[in-house]
Design a protein around this ligand. Structure first.
Ligand code: CMP
Length: 140
């Protein structure tokens, strides 16, 4: 099915200057960037985005990391976009990520893991709406 997913290039990957390399992987896989913005998240925005992880032991470190520098946020559209993006990203922990995935190539640790991607259709809709108004999404 034609889907949309929310992708974030995290502060570590933005600092490494690999936004373009990561966008090229999306495009080569048939995913289209239909919305995009660069943003330095406030603590409140990061906590709200990751609210489902509030009780997890890594929550505080996750928020600190996500506000440590600017991020690049995009909505991706394509056939099976959610799973396709997760395959491109590789496992959450770069130590477990398959060779050739974004996390294997660009991530340093489970916290500084280069990218975020929605894990399911319901969370994708919530996450896209968290960052983009419908008028900022250009379906094509
Ligand atoms: P992300 O896909 O952005 O969703 C939550 C983030 O928490 C995850 O990527 C990791 O960067 C971070 N994290 C840190 N420790 C863990 C853990 N033990 N399990 C899952 N996510 C973790």
């Amino acid at each position: 099915a034609l889907e949309r997913t929310l992708s974030i290039i995290k502060p570590d990957a933005v600092a490494k200057n690999v936004i373009g390399e990561i966008y090229a992987r999306f495009e080569k896989a048939g995913l289209k960037v239909v919305a995009a913005k660069m943003k330095h998240l406030s603590r409140q925005e990061a906590e709200g985005f990751y609210a489902v992880h509030k009780e997890r032991p890594f929550f505080k470190a996750l928020v600190e990391f996500m506000i440590s520098g600017p991020v690049m946020i995009q909505a991706l559209e394509g056939e099976n976009a959610i799973l396709k993006n997760r395959e491109l990203m590789g496992a959450t922990n770069p130590k477990d990520a398959a060779p050739g995935t974004i996390r294997a190539d660009f991530a340093d640790s489970i916290d500084a893991n280069a990218v975020h991607g929605s894990d399911a259709a319901d969370t994708a809709a919530v996450e896209i709406a968290y960052f983009f108004a419908t008028t900022e999404i250009f379906s094509r």
